[in-house]
Design a protein around this ligand. Sequence first.
Ligand SMILES: [Zn+2]
Length: 259
Amino acid sequence: MRLLVLGCGSAFSDTGHNAGYALDGRLLVDCGAPAHMLLPRAGLAVDDVEAVLLTHFHADHTFMLPLLLGARGLSRASPAPLHLAGPPGTREYVLRLLLTGYGRHLHDLILERLGLECTTLQDGSDERVAGYRVRANAVVHSTGPSLSYAVSDHDGATVGFSGDSSLCAGLRRTVALSHLMVCECTGWDGPVPSHLWREEVERLMAENPDSRFLVSHLQERRTFPGALVAHDLLAVDVEAPPRVVPEPPASLRAAVVES
Ligand SMILES: [Zn+2]
């Protein structure tokens, strides 16, 4: 599974675009970055996106979505439907964005062309979205509902997305499921309300030594010992670790050899 970072910047920083990630060019997670521009720049097609998964409804995670929907829905005669997934209220929120951004006529046209069927997720959900297994865990942030996700491909490789989160039980459940954890790290030198900062991410890393960490949602870019540091258009390949098959007991091995 290939993760592409579309935006590594926190809400009000100039470090990079706002939050956005693509998995294999098929599933977008959040759309605060101008995905309609950045996907082609990375050799991917807007038409190949099958679903958009939202963590929560803040502007830095969603406000480029109307542009993506417009690029997808209006530039082709017969665009493929696009699926939405996210916390309760996702479809209503996205339609409100479309209406505010484009007015009634284009709202209706895009809706008619893309369908925008929605899978509603909540704490504990375990659903298929665009062929991926998506497990959702509620996190504590300044707006609700906010979800973190563990997204697995058919081989079991799993990428976690913190969304925006405090250090909480739901986030810990998502980290524990993830081979690569895309973890927000808004602060470097001290706590940031409703977000994670360096020491909290280090604590998660210590608790999960088998998970790789990619820190993102950055106020500024610094080195982070033991973790990858995101930048816009960074691509990371994620594989499930090979399964360890336990050795059969010696007596069984002997029996197999003799037969
Ligand atoms: Zn954010």
